[in-house]
Design a protein around this ligand. Structure first.
Ligand code: PLP
Length: 384
């Protein structure tokens, strides 16, 4: 069966330079990058090359890039690391947006259990954090603000530069989870004015199990994992050299192709969105703020997202839903809930996330099969 992949925010296929570099490093560069002998230095040289590539993608200095085991790892390193470093100063207040990825949300909740005061910033129906809400939340005890660059479910971009300036004026550090923007659109750490920024290789054509935390020079974190002195003492554990090599290649590829691919992917996304809104009655786009080029999140009235997701999969089309099925019942999307949507709308949304290999023909195929699937499911619901 023909398969159409529209779930690139979950993960992406490896781009071919990343696959080549990954395989070559896995076969030939098996030394431990901390070893002083030839084999170790060979591995270290691969890490240095990848570090320069990741730094170039972010407009950063290579020495500010710390490799991690992915986005979750980088988010934990940032939030826990800043909390550990600042706790003795008496700053024990953390501010996060209510639509963060679980990697940040659960970390914030863990700190709350440890006695930290945590403020969850609201978002409006547009899916964007209001800077005034941050101003109101900031206190003299705020240690860190963490607001994601783009949301993984709805794709909305946050006004990071403005939010970071507000936080820093009150002496707080600012972290942004840029897992859904890096490699899709320009990310410039200096322009954003942040202190810490997380990325993950498998979201932009690199392998799973590699990511990076950018730490602005001069920012002090305590490592959230104890162990060896890898990554200049900032992230313990032997580096995953093949995956990091692949991430470096994916970063170069993204930097070289983004100017051409981002508008093309945005045009495909807009074509898909238009086609669905026109072809399926009772549909609406969630998240009206500025968005990353590849994402649209659409609610389909009177249809449970999980049923539609499965129906599409049977047609060969892979998408995802914000809601999750646990113990046989649907859990609403925390993002749509935070946006103030009624309960039914938090359960009926589908996320379509495109990549540069998608084609107009694929999009037209999805637009053509969707109305009949929705009608069929609505018919079933009407009978029950
Ligand atoms: N942050 C965001 C916004 C994400 O979308 C994801 C992955 O879905 C992560 C963090 C976690 O990244 P990883 O899968 O590399 O741990």
């Amino acid at each position: 069966m023909r398969r159409i992949y529209l779930d690139h925010n979950a993960t992406t296929p490896l781009v071919s330079p990343a696959l080549d570099r990954f395989c070559r490093a896995a076969g030939e560069v098996w030394g431990n990058a901390s070893s002083v002998h030839h084999f170790g230095q060979q591995a270290k040289a691969v890490l240095d090359g990848a570090r320069a590539s990741v730094a170039a993608l972010l407009g950063a200095e290579p020495s500010e890039v710390v490799f991690t085991g992915g986005g979750t790892d980088a988010d934990n390193a940032a939030v826990r690391g800043a909390a550990e470093a600042l706790e003795p100063s008496g700053r024990r207040h953390l501010v996060v947006s209510s639509i963060e990825h679980e990697a940040v949300l659960q970390t914030a909740k863990a700190l709350a259990k440890r006695g930290w005061r945590v403020t969850f910033l609201p978002v409006g129906a547009s899916g964007v954090v209001d800077p005034d809400a941050l101003t109101a939340a900031l206190g003299d005890d705020t240690a860190l603000v963490s607001v994601m660059h783009a949301n993984n479910e709805i794709g909305t971009l946050q006004p990071i530069a403005e939010l970071a300036a507000l936080a820093k004026a009150r002496g707080a550090l600012f972290h942004t989870d840029a897992v859904q923007t890096a490699g899709k659109r320009a990310v410039d750490v200096r322009g954003l004015g942040v202190d810490l920024l997380s990325i993950s290789a498998h979201k932009f054509g690199g392998p799973k199990g590699a990511g990076a935390l950018w730490i602005r020079r001069g920012v002090r974190l305590l490592p959230f994992m104890t162990g060896g002195r890898q990554e200049r003492g900032r992230r313990a554990g032997t580096e995953n050299v093949p995956a990091i090599a692949g991430m470096g290649a994916a970063a170069d590829y993204a930097r070289e192709t983004m100017t051409e691919s981002a508008p093309r992917v945005a045009a495909l996304r807009d074509r898909l969105e238009r086609g669905i809104l026109e072809g399926v009655p009772g549909t609406a786009v969630n998240g009206t703020g500025p968005r990353v080029p590849n994402t649209t999140n659409i609610s389909v009235d009177r249809v449970e997202s999980e049923s539609l997701l499965i129906a599409l999969d049977l047609e060969g089309v892979a998408v995802s839903s914000g809601s999750a099925c646990s113990s046989g019942t649907l859990e609403p999307s925390h993002v749509l809930k935070a946006m103030g949507f009624p309960h039914h709308r938090t359960l009926n949304s589908l996320r379509f996330s495109l990549g540069s290999s998608n084609t107009e023909e694929e999009i037209d195929h999805v637009v053509s099969v969707l109305p009949a699937l929705v009608n069929k499911l609505r018919g079933l619901t009407a009978r029950t």
